[in-house]
Write a protein that binds this ligand. Structure first.
Ligand code: SF4
Length: 345
């Protein structure tokens, strides 16, 4: 069977080569790239300044987009959650978070499902299906860019991005390329659960996204209870690898810490966290727990989150709080996909 690929699977070099093989001038590839990543066109027929012969060749060989939008849900505050379907019938999620006219952050997925099964996360509940292709990663951004240009990309939707490194790397190049989205390198964040071989790969590569690490507990004993990955890559090894990346990228690593009342927000937790992080260039981002089915801890009150923050602030750390956007639409990672997969059964 002849498998059709999406045009967004091709790097810019490959696009240039392909169009040259078809007998078109070099500048046509630039025009095509503009249509795909500046105008976010999802049909070749919209590319009005391309010759008809080229449109026909593209349509014959490629799909213009690898995803379709199955559902969108908009929250009262303007956050839009997208459920996308791949050509093989799988579901993935993305979230668009516009903030005024100047800032538009999108959160995207890199895998279908996830192998790690963190206890507070719906994405890992049904196991790992497959890695996303570069086209599937980039097309989430194309489809969420249609109303407002993107200013920031956070790669912390479904999946562990650093386990899909090659595709992530190719997508990062498209996000930051001036011919495409031209997003500042510091405005692309990659979030890892602590996959040390992936951070090492990042160190060896030449891409330098902002690195965010899901820490969520200051000791191996506690962290292993909620993040199974910690059994394999314990905190010391993780922190040493993060330190190398921070030195190389000349930016502190951001440590994500879900505040789980009664589990990791006590005075002793704050003290242990300070002791751990004071040796490293680090920022701390507190995230109040979102409700997740099957995870028995309750969400924290605002007071509890501020109290934990003030203990860390008084130790001299930069500590931000990420209040959940779109809680009213189930914007926590994996919830929409989980619901759709169950309704398809
Ligand atoms: S938090 Fe990240 S690594 Fe953990 S299960 Fe969810 S998607 Fe996977």
């Amino acid at each position: 069977m002849n498998v059709r690929h999406s045009i967004s699977e091709l790097s810019f070099d490959e696009l240039h080569t392909k169009l040259e093989q078809w007998g078109h001038s070099r500048y046509r590839a630039g025009q095509l790239i503009g249509w795909l990543y500046k105008h976010n066109a999802v049909s070749f027929d919209l590319m009005s300044n391309l010759p008809k012969q080229l449109i026909a060749q593209l349509s014959e060989e490629y799909d213009c987009c690898s995803l379709s939008v199955v559902k969108t849900i908009t929250s009262g505050e303007g956050t839009v959650k997208y459920l996308f379907q791949t050509v093989d019938g799988q579901y993935i999620e993305g979230v668009s978070m516009p903030d005024g006219d100047l800032r538009h952050t999108v959160c995207i997925s890199t895998q279908i499902g996830c192998p790690w099964g963190c206890l507070f996360c719906a994405s890992g509940k049904h196991g790992f299906v497959r890695n996303l292709s570069v086209g599937e990663i980039v097309d989430q951004v194309r489809l969420m860019s249609s109303n407002q240009p993107i200013s920031n990309i956070v790669i912390m939707g479904g999946g562990e991005p650093l386990m899909n490194f090659k595709q992530l790397e190719a997508a990062y190049r498209i996000f930051t390329d001036d011919a495409a989205y031209a997003i500042g390198k510091r405005r692309v964040s990659v979030s890892t659960a602590g996959y040390v071989p992936g951070i090492e790969q990042l160190i060896r590569s030449d891409i330098r996204p902002q690195l965010a690490v899901s820490l969520h507990a200051p000791t191996d004993d506690k962290r292993s209870q909620v993040l199974p990955i910690n059994h394999k890559y314990p905190i010391n090894k993780l922190m040493e690898t993060c330190k190398k990346y921070a030195q190389l990228s000349r930016r502190p690593v951001s440590f994500e810490y879900i505040v789980i009342p009664g589990f990791n927000n006590g005075d002793d937790d704050a003290r242990a966290l300070v002791k751990l992080l004071k040796k490293y260039p680090a920022k701390i981002n507190l995230i109040p727990l979102n409700p997740v089915e099957g995870f028995s801890y309750r969400c924290p009150t605002e007071e509890e989150v501020y109290e934990f923050q003030s203990m860390l602030l008084s130790a001299g750390f930069v500590v931000t709080i990420r209040w959940s956007k779109g809680q009213d639409i189930g914007a926590a990672c994996g919830q929409l996909r989980s619901a759709q997969s169950q309704s398809d059964l």
